[in-house]
Design a binder for this molecule. Structure first.
Ligand SMILES: [Zn+2]
Ligand SMILES: [Zn+2]
Length: 220
């Protein structure tokens, strides 16, 4: 039951530079963890602040234009919008990897941490993040780990889930909105509550959708 959190919802700053188009059909999606002492939090109420802190570190500490990741995921099942679909990343360690691979980061700590737990909700959040990148941001078919791009511990415990295929989104239904369609009508068509479609796509009141918009359709 993953939920998408837009940049506006978590209080993202504007990027300081123009974004460059990514070419994910040559690569795919690279999985990261936060690592170090940044452990998964007991309460979701801290997660947005952690994402804002990562953005601050990337912009003020590293001097980058924006948070480096395409999306970030938490153990409570939320996907925080990073640079988003279509945009080159700064997280994968090499120019080629940043140009060809999206970057999705789990808000979990280093592999030695007792708190570094991979929850079912975290796996769900990766499914939603990857389904979004694929449906709205190009043919990013492959999934690998940061350690496949260069020598690093990252993504720690998550690498096992990369290797065994657990992060591959099941189903992956999407719907392209037609002129005049409402969320309510789309929900009825797929037998899914329209409120769930709003949640996984980060759509909030007044629930405006537009023709041509690609929506992720959750299983329930
Ligand atoms: Zn990494
Ligand atoms: Zn959370």
């Amino acid at each position: 039951m993953a939920v998408f959190v837009s940049r506006a919802q978590w209080g993202a700053r504007q990027p300081t530079g123009r974004s460059t188009q990514i070419t994910p059909e040559r690569g795919g999606v690279t999985i990261h963890h936060v690592g170090g002492s940044r452990i998964a939090r007991a309460s979701h109420s801290d997660c947005a602040a952690q994402v804002r802190g990562i953005q601050r570190q990337h912009m003020e500490g590293n001097g980058w234009a924006d948070i480096a990741y395409s999306h970030l995921t938490c153990v409570h099942g939320y996907v925080f919008e990073g640079r988003g679909e279509g945009v080159r990343t700064a997280a994968n360690g090499t120019n080629t990897a940043n140009q060809n691979w999206y970057a999705v980061c789990g808000l979990v700590g280093g592999s030695s941490s007792a708190y570094d737990t991979v929850t079912a909700d975290l796996v769900d959040a990766f499914h939603l993040a990857i389904a979004r990148l694929r449906s709205q941001g190009g043919a990013a078919r492959a999934i690998n780990g940061h350690r496949n791009q260069l020598a690093t511990e990252c993504p720690g415990n998550l690498y096992r889930y990369v290797q065994d295929g657990s992060l591959e989104p099941p189903g992956g239904r999407t719907h392209t909105v037609r002129e005049g369609e409402t969320l309510y009508a789309i929900g009825r068509r797929y037998g899914v509550p329209w409120q769930r479609i709003a949640e996984v796509n980060g759509i909030t009141s007044p629930y405006t959708i537009f023709a041509g918009q690609v929506l992720i359709i959750p299983d329930s």
